[in-house]
Design a protein around this ligand. Structure first.
Ligand SMILES: Cc1cc2nc3c(=O)[nH]c(=O)nc-3n(C[C@H](O)[C@H](O)[C@H](O)COP(=O)(O)OP(=O)(O)OC[C@H]3O[C@@H](n4cnc5c(N)ncnc54)[C@H](O)[C@@H]3O)c2cc1C
Length: 152
């Protein structure tokens, strides 16, 4: 409900379309791999149980790619990427792909009664930014300072 209030008060579209999917194809790698292009990125994150989480994004101001069939968009955007990227897209079914676009909350402060959202609950962060944990820790630190000042 508080999250809905945040969204209703306005979101800024960042002009970036993204696609996420999980594959059960077992990969040998243990570490995440990032493939970075000039306007796009493809990231592979090994998870537990032999599953792999994939995240792909591109600058897409007019949502041309977002409004096209997801697999076709991925094949077109990443056609010149490494063979393992092409293979992971080839293995996909369209139903497995979650498509979306990045947007940002406009305000940094959303009070509602005695509820405060922090971390991803307030500002979910794409893996490509690599800032989610830092922002969550900052939220926790600032919250504890605020509680301390109020309680004095
Ligand atoms: C693939 C991937 C790669 C990432 N890479 C990076 C990176 O390199 N660097 C970085 O800084 N950030 C990265 N992030 C983002 C980072 O993981 C998140 O921003 C961070 O984990 C958010 O922390 P959080 O505590 O706010 O939320 P979460 O980590 O989502 O914690 C919320 C917890 O609440 C629990 N929960 C949910 N509902 C309930 C309920 N009703 N009752 C009880 N418990 C509940 C959930 O199970 C979960 O454990 C990445 C994210 C992804 C998906």
């Amino acid at each position: 409900m508080v999250q809905r209030r945040c969204r209703d008060s306005g979101l800024q579209d960042l002009g970036v379309s993204n696609w996420r999917f999980i594959s059960t194809v077992l990969k040998e790698q243990q570490e995440p791999i990032y493939y970075i292009g000039s306007d796009s990125a493809f990231m592979i994150y090994p998870m537990s149980d032999g599953k792999v989480y994939y995240y792909a994004q591109i600058i897409d101001e007019n949502k041309t790619f977002l409004n096209t069939d997801a697999k076709q968009s991925l094949e077109k955007i990443f056609r010149n990427y490494a063979p393992e990227v092409l293979q992971s897209i080839k293995d996909l079914d369209n139903e497995e792909i979650i498509s979306g676009s990045l947007s940002s909350v406009i305000n940094t402060y959303y009070p509602h009664k005695n509820i405060a959202l922090i971390g991803d609950a307030l500002h979910g962060c794409p893996p490509s930014l690599q800032q989610g944990v830092g922002m969550g820790v900052e939220d926790a630190g600032l919250s504890s300072c605020s509680f301390f000042l109020i309680s004095r």
